[in-house]
Design a protein around this ligand. Structure first.
Ligand SMILES: [Mg+2]
Length: 215
């Protein structure tokens, strides 16, 4: 029986991938790195620090801890500034209908995101009140593909992984969910079609009633 839904944020509820991409692109070009959608693919679902490490590897340079922290802050400033006009219209198709339907059926709702800005983004989208639990990048010690973020979300809901469905758009997130024993639905990223249990082009293709009686 499905009693809880756990959502990744970026790429599932809202698409801020472009904002991340353009912010990283600025950081990368300041380091002399050519940064295209191709390089960006390896950053999806990866936390800020590890993302910068990937870019530094591409640049083949090593920086002091001070300089690294400066770049991490700079990237976050660029990113948050780019989100200043984020609003309800940016919620991806089908998401709010699903949240509402689940809420009405007493299914618990959680966020399991690597983002340290998850609460900021949910406030902007006016979705905060739907969620029983919000686990973000500030609350975990191990990032995706570690299942910690999803395990924490399930624990806070008092549910076992088998009672939850995870929605993910990144390969690291799908691996994290599978490692934790969750059923995982891949959304909107053809690269995860083969690794997710079920794949959907968009959240609006998800039909909650298909899963309600699944034991
Ligand atoms: Mg994502």
């Amino acid at each position: 029986m499905i009693r809880g839904l756990i959502f990744d944020l970026d790429g599932v509820i809202v698409s801020t991938e472009k904002n991340h991409f353009l912010s990283w692109k600025k950081i990368a070009s300041s380091l002399g790195v050519v940064f295209t959608e191709k390089e960006n693919e390896s950053l999806k679902g990866i936390n800020r620090r590890d993302s910068l490490n990937i870019i530094l590897e591409l640049a083949n340079i090593r920086l002091s801890e001070v300089k690294i922290n400066h770049l991490l802050n700079k990237k976050n400033e660029l990113y948050k500034y780019s989100l200043r006009n984020l609003n309800k219209l940016d919620i991806l198709d089908g998401v709010e209908d699903l949240l509402l339907e689940a809420k009405n059926k007493n299914i618990l709702l959680a966020i399991g995101s690597s983002s340290k800005n998850a609460s900021f983004i949910l406030e902007k989208l006016k979705l905060t009140n739907y969620f029983n639990v919000i686990i973000d990048g500030t609350m975990v010690t191990k990032h995706k593909p570690s299942p910690e973020v999803f395990e924490k979300a399930a624990n806070f809901m008092n549910l076992s992984p088998k009672e939850c469905i995870v929605f993910e758009d990144s390969a690291s997130g799908v691996s994290a969910a599978k490692e934790g024993g969750f059923k995982v639905i891949g959304v909107g990223n053809e690269n995860i079609k083969l690794i997710a249990d079920v794949y959907l082009n968009s959240m609006k293709e998800f039909n909650l009633s298909d899963y309600e009686s699944v034991v």
